[in-house]
Each structure stands twice: as structure tokens, then as C-alpha cells.
Design a protein around this ligand. Structure first.
Ligand SMILES: [Zn+2]
Length: 456
């Protein structure tokens, strides 16, 4: 076998790995580049999508699946293998991605029309129609069962619990085994199980997002306690608590935390709104795939009915007229788009209110600006003073920190021939490389974009 790295090299997005065996070519993950490097999605790939026999997905996050509709549009017509929950979630995630791109292109074109009539129209990377077409190529596969792609090339998905549907992808040509960790889950997440141990692989492609960080250094004690404290403070002030939250896993964790706090009578009964159509659809899937997380099936529906689900734009607007105290959970998680922006416009200038961040805020996002303490922020072209209290809880990350990664690696009974570190900034990947070499003495590589390695 041979592997070529087409993304997530010294960066955290765009996961795409080409695996070749004789004349068979497969891609593991087909992710979108996001943030500052999103322009790279428009560059042609150094391979012909028509020549790829199959895609295997580790999980549904956009940085692992978001390039699929374009790949299909450009000629891919093989099978996209993934777990049943990943297939269900990908449909939601990709449709949302297409909607955002269509909307953003429409807005840019309107702006261009107002300023300069000669600019070429801005196009979305793909449309909802492209997504619909690409969903026809998905094939849901059971966990822990070996499937043959072609000839002697086989693969198996093992539930990894980073998010629901997430899998380790284990590929074998009969002689050599190649394992992809996908994203490695945080064993202390409120609702996901710990990543299970693996004992043997010849080659390992491992993520390194938190290769130089520890969750406990981020200043939180028990996240439930922290959340309870913040809610009490907001209630005492008679304000509104706004929680920008990612739709997958993070929102459901927050809802479960609120449910538990309420059961323990640790917080008063106040209105809770979930205002994110995508998070609502993902939340519905959680009860469908209840063996993939730790919320007992018997209470799954009750847990999520703790919040009032706001599906329409009209319902969303009505929330801002609620009598405080209240809690509003809305996307996006970094406040760089979505309905949370409208609630921030309404509430961020109020001294009684609180904004609580529950995830990583990338540079350049509104969430990052608010969290670093900007006194004024700009939303939809208008400036707002920040008078609300700004808080954060970082302990709910969906990624293992470096101690947890090392702990997971210690389960291997035999040293891999090589470990490839991807899905981490250079500093983070290099730091993890150092730690793995020191602790285990295994050969570790931090590949560059387009690097290829023979696996034998
Ligand atoms: Zn992920």
C-alpha cells in the first residue's frame, strides 16, 4: 500500500488521504478546508476523482466530509462507505454547508451589484442539489465487520466515540494494516464514551489537535458545577444567558448538563431555547442512535425536551421578547454566523446578560473577539458595545488532549512501524511527535501536503 496526504497536514481541516494498492485507489475522508485556508477548496485536486474507487469516512464533521459534493460533481462515482450514524449526519451537515454557501454567494453578489456591475458572479462551492446527488453514493456499513473493497483490499470500521457515528478506519491488503484514528475523542466528554483501545496496527494516522495542550490547564473544574454557577449568576441579575454552541455533540452535551442540573435541583426552572435548525435535526438523531452515547435510551427524549426547539425564523425572533431570566443555545459555536448573531445583537449590550462560550474560538471569528475582551463588536455591519458578562468553559472539548492521546496509544501491544501525525497545527503535531518518540520510541512523521509514503 501507499499513502498520500492531501489535507490536514500541519493544519486541522481538509482531512483527505489517498490510499493506493495495486490499481485500486481509495480516499479516507474527503474534508473541507475551513477558516483562513478555505480558499484552497477551489484549487484542483492533484488527482482525478473519476480514478478513485471508493471513499471511507471516519465521521461526519465538515472538515472530514465537506468536500464530497464537489468531488462527486467533478466525476467521482464510486461508493462512500461509513457507519449508519455518519451517513445520517452527513446528510444534515452537507445540506447545511450548501445552504450557507448559497446564502453567502447570494449576499456577495448583492453587494457586488450595488458597488461594481462588472464583477463575475460569486458561486457556491456546491449547492443543495449537488449534496442531494452525492448522498446517493453513501453506503452505511456495520461496525466491526470486515468488507472487501476490491481484490485483497479490505476495511473495517470500529466505533471510536468522538461524536456519534465516528469510527476508526482499519484498512488491510492482507499483509499490512493501516489505521486511521479520525478525531480521537475526549474520554471525559459528558455524553460520549471513551475511545476504545486498539492493540495492533502496522501504520497509524493519528490526529494531533491537542498535541501540546491539556484540558485541565484551561482553567475549569467540574463543567457541570461551572455551568450551574454561571446560570445562578445570570438568574440573580435577571438576565439572559446566551450559549453559542456547535450543532454536533456540543449542543447535546449542554442540554444533558442542563437536564442533570435540573434533576438535582441545582438550577431554577427557567425557559431554555434551542435555536439552531441543524442542532435540532442532529439532536433528533441522538435518540435514534442511542447506543452510541451515554444518555440512557429511557430518558433520551426527556433530556432533549428540556429545551424548546425553535425551528422557524419567526420563532427565533420571538425569543428576544422573552421575560428574563432565560437561556438561549444557538449556532454557530464561534458566533461567526447563524442565529446566535441576532441574539447577540439584542442582548450583548445589556449589563444583566451573560455570553458563555463552550468551545474553541478560532482567530478571526466574532467569538474570539468577544472572548479576548473587545469592548465593541460588529454584527451585520452595526457596532454594539459589549456590556454582558463574558464566560467560557473549555472542558467540553470533543478532542483528547496529549495525555489522553498517549494513554490511548499505550494500549498498542506492538509498536507501529510508523505513526503519521495529522490534523494539528505544526507546533502541536511536533510537540506530540516529541512526546511519542520519548515515551514509546516509535518512528513518528509529521507529513507535508502531498507527501507520499510506501507502507511496507
Ligand atoms: Zn471531528
Amino acid at each position: 500500500m501507499k499513502i498520500t496526504f492531501l489535507g490536514a497536514t500541519q493544519e486541522v481541516t481538509g482531512s483527505k488521504y489517498l490510499v493506493e494498492h495495486e490499481d485500486i485507489k481509495i480516499l479516507v475522508d474527503c474534508g473541507l478546508f475551513q477558516g483562513n485556508i478555505s480558499k484552497r477548496n477551489w484549487d484542483p485536486l492533484p488527482l482525478d476523482p473519476k480514478s478513485i474507487n471508493a471513499i471511507i469516512l471516519t465521521h461526519a464533521h465538515l472538515d472530514h466530509t465537506g468536500y464530497i459534493p464537489l468531488f462527486v460533481k467533478n466525476g467521482f462515482s464510486g461508493t462512500i462507505y461509513c457507519s449508519p450514524a455518519t451517513a445520517a449526519m452527513s446528510a444534515i451537515v452537507l445540506t447545511d454547508s450548501a445552504s450557507l454557501q448559497e446564502e453567502s454567494a447570494r449576499r456577495m453578489n448583492e453587494m457586488n451589484e450595488r458597488s461594481d456591475h462588472h464583477k463575475a458572479p460569486v458561486l457556491p462551492l456546491y449547492t443543495r442539489q449537488d449534496v442531494q446527488h452525492s448522498l446517493g453514493y453513501f453506503k452505511a456499513m456495520d461496525y466491526d465487520t470486515e468488507f472487501t473493497i476490491e481484490k485483497s483490499l479490505r476495511f473495517k470500521l470500529v466505533a471510536s466515540h468522538h461524536i456519534i457515528g465516528a469510527s476508526f478506519v482499519i484498512i488491510s491488503d492482507g499483509k499490512t494494516t493501516l489505521t486511521f484514528s479520525g478525531d480521537l475523542g475526549n474520554p471525559n466528554q459528558l455524553i460520549m464514551k471513551s475511545p476504545p483501545p486498539l492493540h495492533h496496527t502496522d501504520f497509524l494516522v493519528l490526529e494531533s489537535t491537542y498535541g501540546n495542550r491539556l484540558h485541565e490547564q484551561e482553567g475549569d473544574s467540574d463543567p457541570l458545577e461551572e455551568l450551574g454557577k454561571i446560570i445562578h449568576q445570570t438568574v440573580k441579575k435577571g438576565g439572559v444567558l446566551i450559549i453559542p454552541a456547535f450543532a454536533i455533540a456540543r449542543t447535546q452535551q449542554i442540554l444533558y448538563a442542563l437536564y442533570q442540573l435540573k434533576q438535582r435541583k441545582a438550577i431554577p426552572s427557567i425557559p431554555i431555547f434551542l435555536d439552531s435548525p441543524m442542532a435540532i435535526r442532529i439532536t433528533d438523531l441522538f435518540c435514534e442512535f442511542s447506543n452510541e452515547h451515554t444518555i440512557p435510551k429511557s430518558i433520551c427524549k426527556d433530556v432533549f425536551t428540556i429545551a424548546k426547539f425553535e425551528r422557524t425564523v419567526e420563532e427565533s425572533k420571538q425569543i428576544d421578547h422573552v421575560n428574563p431570566p432565560a437561556i438561549i443555545i444557538a449556532g454557530s459555536g464561534m458566533a461567526d454566523g447563524g442565529r446566535v448573531l441576532y441574539h447577540l445583537q439584542h442582548f450583548i449590550a445589556g449589563h444583566k446578560n451573560t455570553v458563555l462560550f463552550v468551545g474553541f474560538q478560532a482567530q478571526g471569528t466574532l467569538g474570539h473577539a468577544i472572548l479576548r475582551g473587545d469592548k465593541e463588536i460588529k454584527i451585520h455591519g452595526n457596532v454594539y458595545p459589549v456590556h454582558a458578562d463574558i464566560k467560557s468553559i473549555n472542558h467540553l472539548s470533543a478532542h483528547a488532549d496529549y495525555n489522553e492521546i498517549l494513554q490511548w496509544l499505550s494500549n498498542f501491544k506492538q509498536a507501529p512501524k510508523k505513526v503519521f501525525l495529522t490534523h494539528g497545527e505544526l507546533e502541536s503535531a511536533e510537540s506530540l511527535k516529541d512526546k511519542i518518540e520519548k515515551r514509546f520510541g516509535w518512528p513518528v512523521v509529521v507529513p507535508h501536503y502531498l507527501d507520499s509514503f510506501a507502507l511496507d
